[in-house]
Design a protein around this ligand. Structure first.
Ligand code: GDG
Length: 479
């Protein structure tokens, strides 16, 4: 295919950075969806005449490429059947559990795989059409692992990067996948494959050696056609300054006070914030906490747990089961142990604007982030960014990618309920000096390694291996 597009930088992600919102009068408009990825990539997009290709969510078929606040956006259409087979099926009921240590049982269906191939091809063809000659294309996440290879076949002139936001499993688990070789070959279409952690990159290289038979050396894969592919870690982060500024604002400070008052000004507020997902360890966390109340280690006058669970993937069966399980647990705990005006757990199944999230982070004394497996976990970093007074305790799962950087958190094994209970109590009883020492160190880490540094290091590495005749992506003008 001859290059026909004009974009020097193309971002390919499952979702567009905007959502279609229906207004009261029935008309629709695009609204920017808040998220670290958008704010990280936006400056590079602007500096490079970038285009973002993604699915707007929904099944409208009448969507044309459009501009939103100066960003060129190209919507990909999915049919209802593709939403079920590609998105809810192969992406969220096959790959998601398989890549998260099989904490739920992955389902393997051939029709789901066929839809995955077809939708990946659509993304690849669109990217091939909009990319200028020698452009850079950055493909994101587990929904699009075949795109790099499909795109390379269409457009060998492109520089292609791929970034996986979720864990990459050890060979012993990945082997289960009937289409394991095709996925590895799909990823090898990229020049640079980025992961959250070095261990994930190593898993990938080992699998490529074993399953595809290519020569490898450290983080490099040597392909028979002379190309080399690099697999390396680029731990993602957040807009740390943005979160801090939000947390410092008058509006958020006031709202944080209101939240504390609304829950009865207890001595300590525990907080959990997660998408309602079985990988996040919400059930075990709430159980551990409620056992401390049963045993009298904590009482409802002094401590309360606020759990924000954002609705997620509600059409997928495992998510419905989880929701019912948590509804039951919270109902039982509050019914058995709560008092008038003093529930043990405030459970909020809802999503909130960024200001309200920052107010929760500021209101909480102890943040509980206890996933069974998580690529990174941005919530842990957001909490740290919002604690500008160097107070607040973070209880963090060893199985979150963030644990490699946030060593000063109270680290826990979320499968060990007693261990988690001890950590909650330690954090609850810790003196101010100890809490400050830990938080100061974590704040330094999060501020130094923000999301802009992440995007810059990935793109710099991607450009570094480019043949000298190609053009390269310009860094944004950073103020
Ligand atoms: C995947 C990987 C990796 C949540 N509820 C609301 C809301 N959020 C925001 C949080 C945070 C983000 O969503 C969730 O990010 P996490 O990192 O915690 O988890 P995943 O959604 O599973 O993300 C993960 C990440 O990709 C990035 O690579 O870290 O490991 O699984 O930013 O604040 N934001 C608002 N309202 C809500 O109700 N505004």
């Amino acid at each position: 295919m001859a290059p026909s597009g004009s974009a020097d930088l193309v971002i390919v992600a499952n979702r567009l950075p905007v959502d279609r919102v229906t207004l009261p009068d029935g008309s629709t408009e695009w609204r920017r969806s808040p998220g670290g990825l958008v704010s990280a990539i936006e400056p590079v997009m602007r500096a490079n005449d970038g285009t973002w290709i993604g699915w707007p969510g929904g099944t409208e078929t009448d969507l044309e490429p459009f501009e939103d606040e100066g960003l060129d956006l190209v919507p990909i259409t999915l049919t209802q059947q593709e939403v079920e087979d590609f998105y809810e099926g192969f992406a969220n009921a096959t790959l998601w559990p398989l890549y998260h240590d099989v904490v739920a049982k992955p389902e393997f269906h051939r029709e789901w795989w066929d839809a995955y191939v077809a939708v990946n091809r659509r993304f690849a063809e669109e990217a091939a059409a909009v990319a200028a000659k020698d452009a850079t294309v950055w493909v994101h996440d587990y929904q699009l692992q075949l795109v790099p290879q499909m795109l390379r076949e269409l457009r060998p002139d492109l520089r292609i990067g791929f970034y996986l936001h979720i864990p990459f499993p050890p060979a012993e688990l990945f082997q289960q996948l009937p289409w394991r070789r095709q996925l590895l070959e799909g990823l090898l279409g990229a020049d640079l494959v980025g992961f959250q952690l070095a261990g994930a990159a190593q898993n990938f290289v080992r699998l490529v050696r074993q399953r595809v038979g290519h020569k490898t050396h450290r983080d490099l894969v040597y392909l028979p056609d002379g190309r080399t592919v690099r697999a390396a870690a680029f731990p993602i982060s957040i807009d740390a300054q943005g979160f801090e500024d939000l947390a410092r604002s008058e509006e958020v400070s006031q709202r944080a006070k209101e939240i504390r008052e609304a829950v009865g000004n207890p001595r300590r507020i525990f907080l959990g914030v997660d998408r309602l997902d079985y990988t996040k360890g919400i059930y075990a966390r709430l159980r551990a906490y409620s056992e401390l109340v049963v045993e009298g280690e904590l009482n409802v006058e002094d401590a309360v747990f606020i759990q924000v669970a954002t609705p997620s993937r509600e059409q997928v069966e495992q998510y419905r089961i989880l929701r019912d399980d948590i509804d039951r647990l919270v109902g039982r705990v509050n019914g058995d142990l709560g008092k008038i005006g003093r529930p043990v757990i405030h459970y909020l199944h809802s999503s909130y604007p960024p200001e309200e999230m920052a107010a929760f982070y500021r209101a909480a004394d102890i943040m509980a982030v206890t996933p069974l497996r998580d690529g990174m976990n941005l919530v842990a970093k957001e909490y740290v960014a919002c604690r500008f007074d160097n107070d607040g305790a973070l209880v963090l799962s060893e199985f979150a990618g963030a644990a490699e950087e946030l060593r000063q958190a109270w680290l826990v094994n979320p499968h060990d309920i007693n261990g988690m209970k001890s950590a909650f109590l330690e954090a609850y009883r810790a003196d101010d000096k100890e809490v400050t020492r830990r938080m100061k160190a974590m704040r330094k880490t999060v501020k130094q390694n923000d999301v802009a540094a992440w995007a810059e290091s990935f793109l710099t590495e991607l450009e570094a291996g480019r043949p000298s005749h190609g053009k390269s992506v310009r860094p944004p003008n950073r103020s």
